[in-house]
Design a protein around this ligand. Sequence first.
Ligand code: ARG
Length: 576
Amino acid sequence: MNIKKLLSKKIHQSMIQAGIPKKYNVILRSCKIKELGHYQINGIISAAIDLNINVNDLAIKVVKYLNLKKIVSKITISKLGFINLFIKKKWLSKQINLLITSKTLGLTKKIVSENIVIDYSSPNIAKEMHVGHLRSTIIGDSIVRILSFVGHNVIKSNHIGDWGTNFGILIAFLKLNNKKLNLLLSDIEKLYKQAQKKYIEDINFAKKARLYVVKLQNKDLSCLKIWKKIVDITMDYNYQLYKKLDIKLTCFDTMGESTYNNMLSNIIIDLKKKGIAINNNGTIIIPIEGMKNIKGGLMAVIIQKKDGAYLYATTDIACIKYRYEKFKANRIIYYVDARQNQYLKQIFHIVKKAKYVSSNVKLEHHMFGMILNNKNKPFKTREGKNIKLNDLINKSILKAKNIILKKNPFLNKNMLENLSYKIGIGAIKYADLSKNRINNYIFNWDKMLSLHGNTSLYIQYAYVRAISLLKKSNVNLKNFLDLEICFINHYEFDLAISFLDFEEIILKIVNEGTPHILCNWLYKITVLFTSFYENCNILNINNKILKISRLKIVFLTSLFLKKGLYLLGIKTIKKI
Ligand code: ARG
């Protein structure tokens, strides 16, 4: 149930009855000051100004037609014309009780299931994943969880960089140095750097490298063998990393650039035939109308170089066509950093123009900013190198371990390992997910591993409190499903009413791909739960009805925290 939607619908009806034209939408907000009401209607004021009517008179009229007797206990009108609504305890009690047995935690909106491809993580081969891949991987994974939760058919797509000139360079270098292929990823990375240097400095080597690119494109067996080995070594390493991070990507989701290689020549022919691509002195380009380059000249995307080589863009065009034909994609979402925004816009424009997808397919770039250090510079090692993802994860786990040991020095080893892992990984993920992805964010170890404030540990800790209360109570709530929840103070009420925002939050993320609003909501629930926990007696009360009622609120808190963290890809803990 979406409480705001429910109220808004009824309010809109009464606005129309009060003579306000239909186009005026209801603006309904939760009240910050609870004494004023639980919800506030703000939309009346602008209508009154436009219609030249006294705000108060119009508000009174709207209230006269409001049909909210079952839901609302009191309605007040402020001097400025705001209408404040107080939610009925009895109504809330009924809604909250229903949540206890709801499999979807109150998410009742029927979703028309869509085929949604999520393009995320997508590291490049022959390199260890570094901190630059963190955001795409973590945000993409959370969105996969959320879209699946509401009932969409999600196709995870790891568009790894496993094709192109780089492979020619690497293969040429390995052959030249007679290198055996039983290498570690760190060796490959080093060799790759040496190979790139040689490619720039040595013309003959560069020629050879280009020859190997063509050989690889033409499926030369010996080249393919080396290529496959390099891809396997890199991805085996990455799969371990995904597992460690509890990211849902496996080898079945890997559809790298090489997947589309066979389609590329036909794509070029077709785009030329359709008059979309043109030959510009031997280079095949697609001019983009309506977009200009920095110098004010014509903007164009190159799809084939003079030497016949295809590009990143050619692959992305083919890839969208493939996703539409093979997966019947209704929507394709890219979790790729903001620097590729213009590039992706061009690709989307091209595939729509070429009719490779039907016009109602949604192509979305959910971009994100960079991770910065405390000096507002890109987050790198002291030597200015990229921070390896694995090193970052290990450091977080180690820091979590020290925090736990301070709190609980005698914890057994297994427990300590398990807890530090869940807390360490949770902290990295939450620090990222809790920021609006559009912006850059500053990486701060102290803040992200704090027991207080908007952190995963604060939420994980509240969960521990909730489940230990439930355990200690020894009450089986299933035996008391019919017993009404009673609200005798605002701690109970404020927490309970916030549960009803869950559907609205989740559906917003489904549309916009913004997990930070789930983080903010979980944080709000945690703050409210902490006040409730600290101010209300739960276990040591004689009034059995009140005790069960409060336990129900604790139980629901635990469900929401667990589900919320799961949807972010973060594990709960049972103890600290
Ligand atoms: N491998 C690319 C990079 O590291 C990201 C790929 C994003 N996905 C895509 N379909 N272009 O920049």
